[in-house]
Design a protein around this ligand. Structure first.
Ligand code: T46
Length: 149
């Protein structure tokens, strides 16, 4: 596991009318501070990568569809430096994932229909505190065309 990444199963309360899907609450040990909640839609097969936030901690949940979420640690003094974490999360494997600042991450839509990524952050979005590199940049040892088998 990459140092600082937390993966927590989330509850779904299902009945004949639909369901309630938990995400995060202020008395959760994962919660620090509220910044913003926004949603990212990922089309099937689309890759949104690589991104890195300098100050923002993010909490992802995917209540619709499914994504492959890949996180890469190249933090200089990290105990998990050079480690890659590959997770498949979505409505059928419903989890909250905390991504601390300074980790590279990206995700790919792997469901038949679009996936919806809900992101609860500890600060409002600021374009200057995030960095982006090409999904196929050799700096990150992961191939988005890989089946990960
Ligand atoms: C988040 C945001 C984005 N934008 C603009 C910037 C781009 O021109 C466009 C698409 O943004 P981006 O390519 O970053 O979208 P996603 O790939 O869905 O990523 C977003 O949602 C995932 C989950 C992340 O983790 C990112 O940090 C977050 O930016 O919207 C804004 O103008 N305001 C905003 O608050």
């Amino acid at each position: 596991m990459i140092d600082g990444v937390v993966i927590q199963p989330l509850k779904q309360i299902i009945d004949e009318r639909g369901k309630v899907m938990h995400m995060i609450r202020s008395d959760s040990p994962l919660f620090t501070k509220f910044g913003e909640i926004y949603f990212s839609i990922v089309n099937p097969g689309a890759v949104k990568a690589w991104k890195r936030h300098l100050r923002m901690t993010q909490h992802f949940a995917v209540p619709v569809g499914k994504i492959k979420l890949v996180i890469y640690d190249d933090r200089l003094n990290s105990v998990s430096r050079k480690k890659i974490e590959i997770l498949e999360i979505g409505e059928d494997n419903y989890h909250l994932v905390r991504i601390p600042p300074l980790l590279w991450y990206g995700f790919k839509g792997i469901s038949k229909e679009f996936a919806l990524v809900a992101n609860c952050t500890d600060m409002p979005h600021e374009p200057v505190e995030s960095e982006h590199i090409d999904p196929y940049d050799k700096k990150i040892p992961y191939n988005w065309n890989s089946s990960d088998e």
